[in-house]
Design a protein around this ligand. Sequence first.
Ligand code: SF4
Length: 385
Amino acid sequence: MELYVHIPFCKRKCRYCSFVSFTEKAAEHEAYINLLLKEAELRAEEADEKITTIYLGGGTPSLLSSRLLEKLIRGLNSIFNLDSVSEFTSEANPGTVTEDWLEKAAELGVNRISFGMQASQDSLLCILGRIHRQDEVFHSMELARQAGFKNINLDLIFGIPTQTEDDWTQTLLTALSLHPEHISAYGLIPEEGTPLFNDLRMNRLQLPDADMERNMYSKAVSLLHSYGLQRYEISNFARPGCECMHNIGYWTQVPYIGIGISAASMTGFRSLPDGISYSRSTNPCSWADYRSMILGKKLPVPEVISPKEARFESVMLGFRMADGINEDTFMRMHKVSLEDCYGEKLHKYCENGLIIQEGHHWRMSERGFDIQNTILSDLMDDSFN
Ligand code: SF4
């Protein structure tokens, strides 16, 4: 089982960001930590398995003071049994992270840091509305290594307006020069309602075209591979043994408890005659609603995921992974074979070279990854008709 903790504070809102985070609540950090710990108490009985990974995401967890970070982690430790945690990640932003914070995080058991580097050109960081500049990434990496972190991720973005293929190659090379154990490379998705989306709609900025974006993605796959970072999920690359266990858990339907504003939980797994079923719930996204829910000692009403939906989720998430879906694991989990559920279409995609079957694994080919959404919606039709 996994634990996710949402820290919804940011110094300034990035221009593309649609995550739930607030810039004006610095005075309320401690009140929020108190609410998180209250929620953890309310959810304690959902932790019916050992917790193996923790992820502090956001927002910007590195905006919390060291004292509040300590209060949070010690509090979680007193509520949940965290003895089996082997991976404990915190996101951190260059431009907010300090030596003191990193040392405290390491002392409290955080053993993996994920930095939002995004790009190596200050002009692109400006377009994204990031608060940091490239030299702060170098400095933050150095501080993290000095604090003893041996597992560091850098998040990168491609497909940024005005970004050229050379810019992207330079970003990849700069990131690689810092020797991270893990890199996440995401294509920019302009979310409606963000300032960047409005600039695009008003033609003040343009996105790179689809071909250029595809080239950028291919460049990431080949360059990172040549430096020893293997793609293990469509957007994630790692040195062997440094894959993010928390995210792998998510893609393989390991139960998780999420606490904090907007956090989702997936718990209550049950084995039924026709497969598995579980519950999913999402906390409110507004501060006021979250606060009143927790103070009222309530939790959101969960949605029950049926065996049929659970099967499709396995396919949707499994095909994101480079290894794809193991048919034995699928059978064990869902009590029906992958072939019986999706065989006809899977074989058709195999013939077209979009899906590859190797031994007991079914995975997307390079061309399949390119049109993954189309393939998944086609498979979804089979699931729900
Ligand atoms: S740092 Fe992350 S969460 Fe905060 S505004 Fe930027 S993208 Fe959003």
